[in-house]
Design a protein. Structure first.
Length: 255
């Protein structure tokens, strides 16, 4: 990397775009917090303020710890503040990530239509990701059908200490999926998930304009889709390396 060019590029950034970019990026976290609050409405009286603060703390830890460890801290922190099972909190985060994945795939699918030729590996990756995220949501949806029976069984049957603990953890984990008990619930959460990325897209667009770079809207959408899918994987602190790779990759595809 040419560090002189990097320095000059940073110095050339038009700061007038920084305020709206930061504002829209903050809006995305507000929508995230509201969605998480909605997911847990039947499990705990989570306020928007607590949801937002816990979310921001977890993202801070994602930027300084590897492998998205901030998500585990988010489950722990929610459990401490709301007296909620950590397993239930963690399940809500898994569910959140599945909705994020599907909404990002929808954005990427729209952007891919702008390509003259779609590389085969992109289509394979798309179908594998769709199957993965879809499977999580299907399991979450179906688990609500059987959980009530398991709850009765868990209360009526005596187990040894360790088996009982494992069953209780599993039961508490599945409790985090209660927010997708119907198709309507799933559609509402999917709508919220799309809304999460709209301000992120605007943030990204303003950031590009700040560097006086002008690219087609579909290209912006494709770059964002790749970046977001890349950021969902276990990463180095601050997504260093992964973020750059998944920014350059779509630009290479578009020529």
């Amino acid at each position: 990397m040419d560090y002189l060019q990097f320095k000059n590029a940073l110095l050339s950034f038009n700061l007038i775009y920084l305020i709206p970019a930061a504002g829209f990026y903050l809006c995305s976290f507000a929508v995230r917090a509201w969605r998480w609050k909605t997911m847990l409405r039947d499990k705990t009286a989570l306020t928007f303020g607590n949801s937002f603060s816990i979310l921001m703390i977890s993202f801070m830890f994602n930027n300084i710890l590897p492998l998205r460890m901030g998500e585990f801290y988010r489950a722990h922190l929610l459990g401490v503040k709301q007296s909620l099972s950590r397993a239930t909190a963690l399940a809500s985060i898994v569910l959140e990530r599945a909705f994020d994945g599907l909404s990002i795939l929808a954005i990427t699918a729209i952007a891919v239509t702008s390509l003259d030729v779609v590389p085969r590996w992109i289509m394979r990756s798309f179908y594998v990701s769709l199957a993965g995220f879809g499977s999580v949501l299907l399991v979450a949806f179906l688990s609500n059908r059987f959980r009530q029976k398991d709850k009765i069984k868990l209360a009526s049957v005596k187990y040894d200490k360790w088996r009982g603990l494992i069953l209780k953890l599993g039961h508490n984990f599945l409790a985090g999926f209660e927010s997708v008990g119907s198709v309507k619930d799933m559609l509402v959460l999917f709508f919220f998930s799309i809304l999460v990325w709209v301000p992120v897209l605007i943030f990204f667009y303003f950031s590009i304009l700040g560097f006086d770079v002008h690219i087609p809207f579909m290209a912006t959408l494709l770059i964002l889709g790749f970046q977001l899918l890349g950021s969902m994987m276990p990463n180095a602190p601050g997504f260093v390396g992964t973020f750059e790779y998944f920014t350059i990759l779509p630009l290479t595809i578009m020529g």
